[in-house]
Design a protein around this ligand. Structure first.
Ligand code: 13P
Length: 252
């Protein structure tokens, strides 16, 4: 059975002190919760991964990295490898975020390499994709999402899929306050699940968690999360505040 997931992508926010404070508040607020088939994941910046990973060890909170390099090691100044992430207790990595694609030129081909590298190192991947506003306006959104998924993931064998989580993040809804309607999210998620079923089989498709991301807030989460093929959220802004993030966990 696929899990429900609430994942917080902290992006380039929170110093070490602020990260510690947020983790402390989160641990406190989710203490008495029964997280029935629900995973809570947070993705701080690289420099704070080790501390956060240590301080969440005995809690229900899992820690993810926001990115990773595709090579084992070597002369790649400023980059971080899968082995480095693992060595500080990280088991999950976000790949393909639209900000990585837009500001750092990450292509589907590069992402396919990063996915392979993560899986080879037994890291679970939260793989992000989504269309820009123009694609949505031109009704190209299904085509764009299909090609992003095919190009980066469809070379994988079915047995790799339990290590994958998909995250549909329409770029026009990220940090804009504009959310895809619950119906738009459900429509795309059902399309994605069907795509996976056609390429692999129903079992693979039914067992992969598909998250929605883009301006998810306590006020709109319940309705989005209630949709059949929406298995949770990848949260930006609202993950930076313990009360809001806790409300999102409650909403699932
Ligand atoms: P916001 O929730 O701030 O729109 O960000 C979503 C996101 O990009 C998560 O990865």
């Amino acid at each position: 059975m696929r899990s429900k997931i609430v994942a917080g992508n902290w992006k380039m926010n929170k110093t070490l002190k602020e990260s510690k404070e947020l983790v402390k508040a989160l641990k406190k607020s989710i203490k008495g919760f029964t997280l029935d088939n629900t995973r809570v994941i947070i993705a701080p910046t690289y420099v704070n991964l080790q501390k956060v990973s240590k301080s969440t060890k005995k809690s229900a909170i899992e820690v993810a990295a926001q990115n990773m390099h595709q090579a084992d090691s070597g002369a790649f100044t400023g980059e971080i490898s899968a082995a480095m992430l693992k060595s500080v207790g990280v088991k999950v990595v976000i790949l393909g975020h639209s900000e990585r694609r837009e500001y750092f030129g990450e292509t589907d081909a590069l992402l396919a390499q990063k996915v392979d590298q993560a899986l080879k190192n037994k890291l679970e991947v939260i793989f992000c994709f989504g269309e820009v506003l123009e694609d949505r306006k031109n009704e190209n959104h299904f085509k764009v999402v299909e090609s992003q998924i095919k190009n980066a993931l469809f070379h994988l064998n079915a047995d790799a899929w339990p290590q994958l989580v998909l995250a549909y993040e329409p770029v026009w809804a990220i940090g804009t306050g504009e959310t895809a309607s619950p119906e738009q999210a459900q429509e795309m998620h059902a399309f994605i699940r069907n795509l996976v079923a056609e390429k692999y089989n129903n079992d693979v498709a039914e067992n992969v968690s598909i998250l929605y991301g883009g301006s998810v807030k306590p006020a709109n989460a319940k309705e989005i999360f209630s949709k059949k093929d929406v298995d949770g959220g990848l949260i930006g802004g609202a993950a930076l505040n313990a009360d809001d993030f806790t409300a999102l966990i409650k909403a699932i």
